[in-house]
Design a protein around this ligand. Sequence first.
Ligand code: CMP
Length: 138
Amino acid sequence: MSNITFTMIKPDAVKAGHIGAILAKINEAGFRIKAMKMTKLSAEKAGQFYEVHKERPFYGELCEFMSSGHIVAAILEKENAVADFRTLIGATDPAKADEGTIRKMFAKSMGENAVHGSDSAENALIEGSFFFSALEQF
Ligand code: CMP
């Protein structure tokens, strides 16, 4: 069981003013914020972050979108963090996300889907280290 996950509040949700509401949902669900920053990815950095999707048809669109505005990156801690956070955010496609999930409430589409959540404990560590040094994790 993993107790760390990584998230980004994506440019669509930041532009729409949903940072506070999304962080409140994360806190209410029992996650502790271990590291957090607002930043902006270059297209190149977004490409590195999502390199695993390089061969997918949506890769170019994904990198363009993820570098189109500010994002909030955070490392979250909770028992069973990866699975519980994926439940909290809901399906990748907001049309398929359950009521009450973050994507159901705030996402616009499959591409502009408000938040990212790591898909495994291993990726949570890799993704967290992409944004935060050891000294920035509390
Ligand atoms: P995320 O959880 O950040 O991980 C990969 C992202 O790729 C995903 O959220 C979506 O935003 C995006 N994505 C996945 N499938 C598609 C798709 N079919 N079209 C556009 N974007 C997609």
